[in-house]
Design a protein. Structure first.
Length: 368
């Protein structure tokens, strides 16, 4: 931990806190999760905001809290419904962990969110940042936070020359986040740091002229902001991948399978899909037939190719080729929780991946 005077002087810290406080009182956005300091709502918003823009999260947050206003209601919910409400936000592990943690809060903490960082970090999906946000924002307790916006802000404020994404950089920035914390009114302080990072100290063009922290910002004073290392690692797409999806029709109903725990979209429903190792259309059609059989037990015959979707997942650029097929025999393997025939209306109710939903929507446009 950095000692009280090791980076900023006492006067600088006081100025920083005062300026930030004044700025936040004028510029804080009205956001649904700021209506009160319910720890459950703080937790939910912080999980949703990871890797997702504020404007996208708004509607999801409203829908989620309308359906599950308390941690008890979330804990009692069916995972399928939780995933359906999460559909489109991506990173579905967040939703599964949230659900699992809600069950633990109800089962082991009498439905009350723990109030310490250490206890919170024992729950699934809660790391040091989320725990710090819950403790500081919901309970106004002294806990530092460090997320994308504050990593960038603190890197510039301190003109940190190392790599802020590496462990030494993270250690330094956590210590700074702790050093600048005031003794009281922690909730608005931490929220103000994130808000300033999001609205003023933005990734490409920080608005230093309007920034309340200009007078304590080492990056600004030394003119080194542009030379500091980036605070996020740019995702490099290094591999291309061909994937096939088979939409099997049986008298107006479509074949779906539920993704298994070891699969990317665990818990979500999907059309049979598999990676293609060949570009030969004949071989791909044969593979469609054999994969549908092995994944679902259904025997199918491919009737055509109807759509191509290009998208990216982690480092992969994926080309998704969608085939239509009709059922010619076989029986579903597994129970209704693993494979199903569904109508278009039922498809709309089930949680699907983004590409699964695109395919589902395009079915209505296909010639009958
Ligand atoms: Fe960011 Fe500029 Fe403010 Fe420094 S002065 S914190 S670089 S916006």
């Amino acid at each position: 931990m950095i000692s009280e005077t090791s980076f900023f002087s006492s006067q600088e810290k006081q100025r920083l806190r005062r300026s930030l406080n004044t700025w936040y009182s004028k510029h804080a956005r009205e956001l649904p999760w700021r209506e009160n300091n319910d720890p459950y709502r703080v937790w939910l918003s912080e999980v949703m905001l990871q890797q997702t823009q504020v404007e996208t999260v708004r509607a999801y947050f409203e829908r989620f809290t309308n359906r599950f206003p308390t941690v008890d209601q979330l804990a009692e919910a069916d995972e399928e419904e939780v995933l359906k409400l999460w559909e489109g936000l991506g990173y579905y592990r967040r939703a599964r962990s949230l659900h699992a943690a809600a069950k633990q809060v109800v089962g082991f903490h009498a439905s009350k969110m723990p109030e310490s960082v250490d206890e919170l970090m024992k729950l699934p999906g809660i790391g040091r940042y989320t725990a710090g946000a819950i403790v500081s924002i919901a309970h106004d307790k002294r806990a530092p936070i460090l997320e994308a916006n504050t990593i960038r802000l603190l890197t510039r404020l301190t003109a940190y020359k190392g790599d802020p994404t590496k462990s030494a950089g993270q250690k330094f920035l956590w210590a700074i986040a702790e050093e600048i914390l005031p003794q009281k009114k922690i909730a608005p302080f931490n929220q103000a740091l994130m808000e300033l990072g999001s609205l003023v100290c933005t990734p490409t063009e920080p608005n230093c002229k309007e920034c309340p922290l200009q007078s304590v910002c080492k990056g600004y004073q030394t003119g080194t902001i542009d030379s500091l290392k980036p605070t996020t690692t740019k995702l490099k797409f290094t591999d291309a991948k061909e994937v096939a999806v088979v939409v099997v029709d049986s008298r107006g109903r479509y074949l779906l399978r539920r993704c298994q725990p070891n699969e990317r979209w665990s818990g979500l429903w999907d059309f049979p899909r598999f990676s293609c190792e060949t570009e030969s259309p004949v071989v791909i059609e044969q593979e469609c037939v054999s994969k549908v059989k092995s994944l679902t037990g259904v025997e199918a015959e491919v009737t055509g190719h109807f759509k191509q979707i290009k998208h990216a997942v982690t480092r992969f650029r994926i080309t998704l080729d969608c085939y239509l097929a009709k059922r010619i025999g076989g029986r579903l393997c597994g129970d209704r929780n693993s494979t199903r025939w569904v109508t278009e209306e039922e498809l709309a109710e089930l949680p699907l991946s983004v590409t699964g939903r695109k395919i589902a929507k395009s079915l209505a446009k296909l010639p009958v």
